[in-house]
Design a protein around this ligand. Sequence first.
Ligand SMILES: Cc1ncc(COP(=O)(O)O)c(C=O)c1O
Length: 380
Amino acid sequence: MICQKHLFQLPEEIHYLNNAYMSPLLKSVEEKGIEGMQRKRNPISIKPVDFFTDVKGVRQKFGTLVNCDPSQVAVMPSVSYGMNSVIRNIPYRRGQHALTVSEEFPSCYYTAERWCSDNGAELRVVARKDDLPQKGRDWNERILEAISSDTAFVVMASVHWMNGTKFDLESIGDRCREVGAKLIVDGSQSVGALPMDVKKYKIDALICAAYKWLMGPYSTALSFIHEDFNEGIPLEESWMTRINAERFDRLTQYVDAYKPGATRFDVGQSSNFISMPMLDEALRQILDWGVEEIQEYGRKLGEPLIDYFLHKGATLDDEAYRAHHLMGLQLLADTNGEALLAELQSRNVYVSLRGNNIRISINVFNNESDVGELIAAMDK
Ligand SMILES: Cc1ncc(COP(=O)(O)O)c(C=O)c1O
């Protein structure tokens, strides 16, 4: 793959290595948004059938991306919404606990904490040991050891949002299945940049914010929810998720039945006429590029950075435990992260500070100049 910067409108002088914060908008996605906004100039252009069609395309494309049936995809506004939709449907059995990893994203942590406090259960946290050379491998091993027949669910990311650790989801999924624990994954920092397969990893629910690696607009998220939840209670009771929703003339002939699959978990007004066509186009583009190619692009472009950090004495995890599109560089205790960030920004280099990690993320709009400028600025 060659650099795709021409498909975006990022100013030439900006070195934006911060897709993990928010992706820039593709030109084609922006066009869909403008078209969607203009549609409401004249409401007769929006037909009843349109309330369901754009969302259908989004479900199909996301299903292709994560290897699930489109009927098991739910349209949501955020990860917090998705986590709560799923976790509140996990039954509690006396003596059970929930499991997560240290510094997990708050939308996941707080939802697990809520489930635990509602049920009087313990929330166990498996911490990363920062002083080890092979932090990722050790962390994964201790997560596997912590999963037991008393684990109700594990909630964690596929790639840690702060430090870039890539978890071994296949082993974790196998272990969860073995003991009967649900595996709930936050894919916000990986799906769209790293291959995902909910069947291979035996995932019970995968929730992804769509404004990062899925390149969609803000306030959109997509979820795969396993068939086991198909009888679950959704957060809302929207008319759109009921079996008779297409018949606008008969909506008050109330029905008990929801549409099949995970549709019952859709947010109300899921057929947003601006954001859904945008998300549909973003997913089309990602599938067209190919996720493996996106990851490989990040690996190649990041090589000089890795060499530079190794040369400076950094230690890196084995490749199996780190992603190429998102890396967290743990700062030394005496480094002022805020000052470093400000210095980088004064040179138009944009990364994030998360905890004591400088988080660098690479996507297909980045080029050698971005990486070169980051190295030059870090050196300074
Ligand atoms: C790992 C991860 N999950 C979720 C989110 C967004 O969460 P929410 O959609 O609840 O705002 C972010 C945003 O930075 C994130 O990094």
